[in-house]
Structures are given as C-alpha cells and as structure tokens.
Design a protein. Structure first.
Length: 132
C-alpha cells in the first residue's frame, strides 16, 4: 500500500526577510513564517491567538519570485510538505531540523497595495529538481 506525502495548507505571514542563495546551481530561498491559532473566543472577550513559527524553503523560479515580490510582512496561502534535515555534529551528536518545502502559494496581502496575485504553482519540474 502506498501513501502520499503529507501536505499542509494554510495561511502564513513571512516574518523574516527572505534570503536567497545558490545551492548546486539552483536558487534557493529560505524564510520564517508564522501561523496564528485561535486559542480563546468566548464571544464576549477579545479573541486570543497564539503564533506558531516555521521555517520554509523554495527553489528555482519560486525562490526568485518570493525574493523579488514577497518581503517580510507578506501574507501567503501555502501548500507545503514537511522535510527533515539530519546531521551529526563534530562531537558526534545527532541533530535534526524540520522545515516546510513550498509547493504552491498565493499572495494574500501584497505589500504596498495593489491586487493579490494569482496562484503560483511551484511544484518542482524535472529541470528544477531539489538541490537537497
């Protein structure tokens, strides 16, 4: 029996300036995003939210689009899959870090006004394979 990879969908806000780098000849952008969870709403008092923070990565044309058009503060609706990096430190300790690889996104709140962009499909094509 085959299972497909978990894909998470939801709204995030970019909370760090996206940083782009070249990895094995491919543009890769990394940024941190936050997602708000409603934790209290009794109808009478103000709603209370808790922010959760996650690391995101995209590559190829998506990396360039995000770097050029999505500064800190941009709201996105994303479809992303979790990934895990594992490594061993110099002193032999195992470490790991989970991040989300964007597959699709839509700009919800463009910075500086204007209208929101249409959905951008950034599923990796054969010529834009993951550098990881």
């Amino acid at each position: 029996e085959k299972f497909s990879m978990l894909t998470a969908y939801g709204e995030i806000r970019i909370v760090t300036e996206p940083i782009i780098e070249d990895v094995k000849g491919t543009s890769v952008v990394k940024f941190r995003g936050s997602s708000s969870e409603l934790v209290k709403s009794d109808g009478a008092s103000p709603k209370q939210y808790h922010n959760h923070y996650f690391d995101f990565v995209a590559w190829g044309s998506a990396a360039n689009y995000i770097k050029d058009n999505c500064p800190k503060g941009t709201d996105l609706f994303v479809g992303a899959v979790p990934r895990e990096n594992k490594w061993t430190t110099e002193d032999g300790k195992s470490r790991s870090k989970t991040f989300f690889r964007l597959q699709k996104f839509r700009v919800l709140m463009p910075i500086g006004g204007g209208s929101a962009s249409s959905e951008v499909d950034i599923t990796a094509s054969p010529e834009e394979e993951s550098p990881f």
